[in-house]
Design a protein around this ligand. Structure first.
Ligand code: MG
Length: 446
């Protein structure tokens, strides 16, 4: 299995993600960069964050890089900072993973996630342990910059219709879950002229009230307060605040696939152009694209693939059906706070979130997974068999079979010996049938 997963390297802090690992990843990055340039290093609020950030700083300095310590920052805040102020970035974060986890994510000089190719080079250096060690007088300098988050917040404000939002004086309930969003999101919303009610807004690396994954079952208090306070919206973030989930003015959770499609619909009503999403996303995106008469490009799963395709084709919007939305006018990465500011802009333009959500077509999903010993071999045979069939097939990532009234996606996991089967249709029964056809196909072949 690859060292870097879909979102960097992750594991239990101080067991798998040790200070030594952080030092060696930073030394690998420094070696990859030819021991030249600056790297910004930030972290989320996890208890092990300071330990791992300090180790990463030591590794980068050892390779001869100049390090800018930006402190506790959401991942998109580090990305925004790197784009303007440094040649690369390291984020010490495990995103939405449970409390005990931590991880390391690498950022390219343009602020986007490090490409798979670059990660593979860095991974080779990591395993070879052939690091550039700067001579004593060339070990790096360490600087601190406590303005990264303010710079980021102002960047977002300038990317939305802030004057219109300020006029409306909205009320917003915010649950940042004690994660990195605690140091940015409430401040951003207040700067947009809103009244902010914050829960779990203190930074606390033990995440005392909820795990960093913002699922509706742990956000009942947020939903309650939205209802009782008559707020215009509720918003919650994951641990590193690159994703956000929303509650409408009635306190109802907006499913992430609907969130993605309604934002696409809003963007396309003002700015027609191509949009991008992974093959795992709902057909709602396709419906929205057809309605606006624009091109939709499907990519492999992973926000990096979406972001890079957006850059390549000049897309006006893109994102994943997990609350990770990408706005090119701001930056080419998932950004939960930017999504929040955009939702405020939607409401400021007179639309209720409940109405916009209801205007997006309904779909049903079914999913399961199958344990497989020979993943590549099985996938190869599945692909061969479906390509000989009559249905339209997309092999961008795994195998996606399109039917008249839905689709089934058969995809190998990147981290476990399993194949995931995911189906969608206009009725639950049909989605189940499509999923079961996928299961039968894999079982016949494996
Ligand atoms: Mg995240």
């Amino acid at each position: 299995m690859a060292f870097f997963g879909t979102n960097g390297v992750r594991g239990i802090a101080n067991e798998y993600i040790t200070p030594q690992l952080a030092i060696d990843v930073a030394r690998s990055l420094g070696t990859y960069m030819g021991s030249k340039g600056t790297v910004a290093i930030g972290r989320d609020t996890r208890a092990s964050g300071e330990m791992l950030k300090s180790a990463a700083i030591a590794g980068a300095l050892s390779a001869g890089l100049t390090v800018i310590d930006v402190g506790i920052c959401p991942t998109p805040s580090v990305q925004y900072y790197v784009k303007e102020h440094s040649d690369a970035g390291i984020v010490v974060t495990a995103s939405h993973n449970p409390r005990e986890y931590n991880g390391i994510k690498l950022i390219a000089g343009d602020g986007s996630e490090m490409s798979r190719e670059a990660e593979r080079e860095i991974e080779k250096l990591y395993y070879s342990k052939e690091f550039n060690a700067a001579s004593w007088e060339k070990t790096g300098d360490l600087r601190h910059d406590s303005n990264a988050n303010e710079f980021y917040i102002n960047g977002i404000i300038n990317s939305v219709d802030h004057e219109l939002i300020r006029e409306k004086k909205f009320k917003v309930v915010v649950d940042t879950g004690c994660g990195a969003g605690s140091v940015t999101l409430p401040f951003l919303i207040r700067k947009l002229g809103c009244e902010v009610i914050t829960i779990n807004g203190q930074t606390d690396g033990t995440f005392p009230w909820r795990n960093p994954e913002p699922t509706p079952d742990v956000l009942t208090e947020l939903a309650d307060i939205v209802k009782k306070s008559g707020a215009n919206m509720g918003v919650a973030q994951d641990g590193d605040a690159d994703r956000a989930v929303f509650f409408d003015e009635n306190g109802n959770f907006i499913e992430e696939e609907i969130q993605l499609a309604m934002m696409a619909k809003y963007v396309l009503a003002r700015n027609k152009g191509p949009i991008v999403t992974p093959v795992s996303s709902s057909s709602r995106m396709l419906d929205v694209a057809k309605e606006a008469d624009v091109e939709l490009t499907w990519t492999a799963v992973g926000s990096i693939n979406v972001a890079r395709k957006m850059m390549e084709i000049g897309a006006v919007f893109g994102g994943e059906g997990n609350g990770g939305l990408i706005f090119p006018e701001h930056q080419y990465c998932r950004d939960g706070a930017m999504a929040c500011a955009k939702f405020l802009e939607i409401i400021a333009n007179g639309q209720k979130l409940s109405e916009l959500a209801a205007s997006v077509p309904a779909y049903f999903n079914s999913k399961t997974k199958i344990r497989i010993d020979d993943l590549p071999g099985t996938m190869e045979h599945v692909k061969k068999e479906v390509l000989e069939g009559e249905n339209k097939v997309d092999t961008t990532d795994g195998v996606k079979i399109w039917y008249e009234d839905g689709w089934v996606l058969i995809r190998p996991s990147g981290t476990e010996p399993i194949i995931r089967i995911f189906a969608e249709s206009k009725s639950k029964e049909r989605a189940d049938t499509l999923m079961n056809e996928g299961v039968d196909l894999v079982n016949r072949i494996k």
